[in-house]
Design a protein around this ligand. Structure first.
Ligand SMILES: NC(=O)c1ccc[n+]([C@@H]2O[C@H](COP(=O)([O-])OP(=O)(O)OC[C@H]3O[C@@H](n4cnc5c(N)ncnc54)[C@H](OP(=O)(O)O)[C@@H]3O)[C@@H](O)[C@H]2O)c1
Length: 332
């Protein structure tokens, strides 16, 4: 089969495109004929070696997948040939990734694709949608009527947080980096959108929270979080959800934290159990089918262009290029 893979870590140019062996299908696995995959920042960290994992060789890149079931292992009970499925959490913990014409995936990481949802859309919202849902609900205990803040409302995770928080009855404040993205985030339903290149976000939030109330759940997607500025903006019992910035060492204002009964919660999506991810996926599926959740796709490539797709992700997530709105989808 054709695949995008690496045999050593390095720059995007280490990604090769070519023939590798078809995967073997274990008894609990589903063989998927891949139609669409998506790029996530973690794919670039694994490829570059910044996040060091034990990788099979060749290592097929990618976490997210959507496609059609081609065959199932002897003990698979949830799916049959011909079903459309999507999933995430691949390419981790010794598992092969998804950027290949065929992928063998444990059934526990797969979900049925609603009939009215395109494979590109399902792939686009896989890892980011599950991450947003876990952060808001499992970890953030979001309640209807609360105020949520998320940085990067048109980013991969941010655009999912905006939509899932609104679906849960929250008011959403977000930041973006251009006037065009203000319009996009507003279309996604965010009530208050700040252009971080035009305004001082902390000052704008001080003024806004004085009017509408302080923030109940701060979903931090930036790699350089700033608790000094953030914690005074949170309501009593506010939750400060941290999920990016492995090397960040910010100052932490202890007084602002404990005097308001705040909680700081860290999480990584890939630590969630299969059951927890299934719960998130079930709700994502309902919202996708109802078209309440509309995946934001900012760039499309073919599988042979996987290196270009990684370069674009890296330029934006690591180098702040601002040239991407939403997800990069690769069709297979
Ligand atoms: N813990 C987990 O489980 C988990 C899961 C997924 C992702 N992550 C991490 O979360 C981070 C975000 O992932 P992603 O997929 O959403 O990346 P992404 O699609 O590249 O989004 C990054 C967002 O950050 C925004 N941004 C950049 N600089 C900003 C600033 N100074 N102020 C406000 N916003 C700013 C960008 O806005 P503009 O484009 O408008 O400039 C963009 O929307 C990454 O570090 C990733 O590794 C962690």
């Amino acid at each position: 089969m054709k695949a995008a893979y690496i045999t050593q870590v390095g720059s995007p140019s280490t990604i090769q495109y070519g023939e590798i062996d078809d995967p073997e299908v274990g008894p609990m696995q589903v063989l998927i004929k891949t139609n669409a995959v998506a790029v996530n920042p973690i794919d670039t960290y694994i490829r570059s070696g910044t996040v060091k994992l034990q990788l099979p060789s060749p290592y097929v890149i990618g976490c997210d997948i959507a496609g059609t079931v081609a065959a199932v292992g002897a003990e698979v009970t949830q799916f049959k040939a011909g079903d459309r499925v999507w999933g995430s959490n691949q390419g981790l913990s010794g598992r092969q990734g998804t950027f290949s014409e065929l992928a063998a995936v444990d059934q526990c990481w797969l979900y049925p694709t609603p009939a009215n949802v395109a494979d590109e859309d399902a792939a686009a919202v896989a890892l980011t949608g599950i991450t947003a849902h876990l952060g808001l609900h499992l970890h953030g205990n979001l309640q209807a009527g609360e105020i949520v803040f998320v940085n990067g409302g048109t980013g991969g995770v941010g655009s999912a947080v905006v939509q899932l928080a609104i679906a849960a009855g929250a008011t959403v404040i977000t930041t973006v980096g251009s006037a065009e993205k203000v319009a996009t985030a507003t279309d996604l339903g965010a009530e208050h959108v700040l252009n971080y290149r035009d305004v001082d976000v902390t000052e704008a939030l001080q003024e806004l929270t004085a009017r509408i109330g302080r923030i109940n759940l701060w979903f931090e997607t930036l790699r350089n979080p700033n608790p000094d500025a953030t914690l005074p903006l949170l309501a009593k019992r506010g939750r400060y959800v941290l999920m990016a910035g492995r090397d960040a060492r910010p100052e932490f204002p202890v007084g602002a934290f404990y005097v308001n009964d705040l909680r700081a919660i860290g999480f990584a999506m890939f630590n969630a159990s299969a059951e927890e991810q299934q719960q998130s996926a079930a709700e994502i599926n309902q919202l996708l089918a109802a078209q309440t959740l509309k995946p934001l796709i900012g760039a499309r490539y073919s599988l042979s262009e996987a290196a270009k797709a990684h370069q674009l992700q890296e330029d934006n997530t690591l180098n702040g290029a601002g040239t991407l709105s939403g997800k990069i989808v690769v069709t297979v």
